[in-house]
Design a protein around this ligand. Structure first.
Ligand code: F6R
Ligand code: MG
Ligand code: MG
Length: 369
C-alpha cells in the first residue's frame, strides 16, 4: 500500500524578530494534529521548527495535493497564527498570504514537499529544513547525493545505483519543467541548476530497471516563490526537502555528506545576502548573527506502516563541528564586505527587496553624461 509524506511549512510568527518559533506555537500545532491523528485523518505527524519556520511533517494515505491534508495544514497555521497574534509575536501570520483556503495550499504562502510511494520493508526517510534561504539552496546537495560519484560511493560501487537517476528540474520564473538523465546529461543538468535562483531541482526518480518503481519519487524539494505570490518582498521562501535512503538509493551517510560543505546560498539578512549554510542540531535552529547565518536541520525517520519512528537529530553530532566552524569563518569573511556585492545579492536580485524604494528617491537627480 502506498504512503504519502507531506512536509508543509510556514512562518507564522517568531521571537524576537525573525529568530525562532517559540515552543508555545509548536504546542498549538501539535495539539491540533494530535486530534487529526486520533480521528484517523492522518496516520502520524511531527512538529519541528528551523528558525522562524513552523514545520509540519504528516503521513497519510490521501496522496499528494490532497485537499483534506492541505486543509489540515492550513487550519494548523491559522490556529498557530491566532495564538501568535495574541502573543504579539513578530511577523504573526507572515506566510499566510491569502485570506481563505481554496483546495490546495500551494500558492497561498506555505511551502510544500510531499511524495507518495510504496513503503518498503524498511523505509529510511530524511527531512531537511532550511531557514533564511531559497529553494535553489538544495540544488548543490541534491545534485551531489544523486549524481556525484565523489560524494556517493554507491553510484560507483553498487550495481543498483550505478545507472543513475532522473532529475525533474523546474524553471521557477517561466513555470516550466524538464526531466533529465544523470549521468548521461550531467553537464546539461549542471548548466541549469548552477543558476539556482531560477532552476531548481523539484524531484528525483529512479530509472527504469531500478529496484524501486520508476514512477515514484525518491526525493522532493519545495519550490514555492513567495515573492511571486505576494507581489512584494515578504521574506525568502525558506525551503524544505524529503529524501529516501538505502537499498538501491544513496545511504543515509551519502545523503548527509554534501551538508559537510557549508556552500554559499542567498538569503540571510533581509533575504538580500549571500552566506554559508550551517548544518545545526535542533537546539541551534535559530537565526541570530545578522539574522542568520542560514541554517539547515536534518530529521531522520524510519517509516513503519505510515508511522514515524524518530526523529533523529542528524546534525547533532561532532562530525559536523568542523563544518559549523568553517561556516562561522565564512560568515565572518562575507560580513566584512558590508553592503558590497557579492555579499549583498547582485543588483537584479535586489529588485525583489525593499531597495528599489530607496533608489526611487534618487531617480530625478540623475543627469545625462
Ligand atoms: C530574512 C528575514 C529577516 C528580515 C529582517 C527585517 O528572511 O526574515 O532578515 O528580513 O529582520 O525584517 P522586517 O522587515 O520585518 O523589519
Ligand atoms: Mg519571519
Ligand atoms: Mg524563515
Amino acid at each position: 500500500e502506498k504512503i504519502t509524506v507531506s512536509l508543509i511549512k510556514a512562518d507564522v510568527g517568531s521571537v524576537p524578530g525573525h529568530v525562532v518559533v517559540p515552543d508555545e506555537i509548536k504546542k498549538v500545532a501539535e495539539a491540533f494534529l494530535e486530534e487529526k491523528k486520533q480521528n484517523g485523518d492522518i496516520i502520524d505527524y511531527r512538529v519541528l521548527n528551523v528558525g522562524d519556520d513552523l514545520e509540519l511533517i504528516m503521513t497519510h494515505r490521501e496522496g499528494v495535493d490532497s485537499e483534506k491534508i492541505h486543509g489540515i495544514a492550513w487550519e494548523t497555521f491559522e490556529l498557530a497564527t491566532k495564538r501568535a497574534k495574541e502573543l504579539k509575536l513578530y511577523g504573526a501570520g507572515q506566510d499566510l498570504l491569502k485570506e481563505a483556503f481554496s483546495g490546495n495550499i500551494r500558492g497561498l504562502g506555505p511551502g510544500v514537499a510531499e511524495m507518495e510511494f510504496t513503503e518498503r520493508g524498511a523505509e529510511p526517510l530524511l527531512a531537511f529544513m532550511m531557514d533564511k534561504t531559497e529553494p535553489g539552496a538544495f540544488n548543490l546537495p541534491i545534485f551531489r547525493i544523486f549524481a556525484d560519484p565523489f560524494n556517493t560511493a554507491g553510484l560507483v560501487i553498487d550495481p543498483s545505483l550505478h545507472n543513475g537517476f532522473v532529475f525533474e528540474i523546474w524553471d521557477i520564473v517561466e513555470h516550466k519543467r524538464v526531466f533529465m538523465n544523470s549521468p548521461e546529461e550531467m553537464y546539461d543538468i549542471l548548466a541549469l541548476i548552477g543558476g539556482k535562483s531560477r532552476f531548481v531541482i523539484k524531484r528525483i526518480f529512479p530509472k527504469e530497471g531500478s529496484k524501486l518503481p520508476a514512477d515514484e519519487p525518491v526525493a522532493t524539494v519545495s519550490t514555492e516563490k513567495l515573492f511571486q505570490i505576494a507581489g512584494e518582498y515578504v521574506g525568502k521562501d525558506d525551503p524544505v526537502a524529503l529524501v529516501r535512503a538505502q537499498s538501491g538509493l544513496p545511504a543515509v551517510g551519502e545523503v548527509l555528506e554534501p551538508f559537510a560543505f557549508p556552500h554559499l546560498v542567498s538569503g540571510w539578512m533581509r533575504g538580500s545576502h549571500n552566506g554559508p549554510i550551517m548544518p545545526v542540531p535542533f537546539h541551534y535552529a535559530k537565526c541570530t548573527r545578522f539574522d542568520g547565518p542560514p541554517r539547515v536541520i536534518g530529521a531522520g525517520f524510519q517509516i513503519c506502516n505510515g508511522k514515524l519512528v524518530g526523529p533523529v537529530d542528524l546534525f547533532d553530532d561532532p562530525a559536523f563541528d568542523y563544518t559549523r566552524q568553517k561556516a562561522a569563518e565564512i560568515a565572518e569573511y562575507m560580513r566584512r564586505h558590508g553592503p558590497f556585492e557579492p555579499h549583498r545579492l547582485p543588483h537584479e536580485d535586489m529588485e525583489y527587496t525593499t531597495l528599489p524604494k530607496v533608489l526611487d528617491k534618487l531617480k530625478d537627480r540623475f543627469e545625462d553624461v
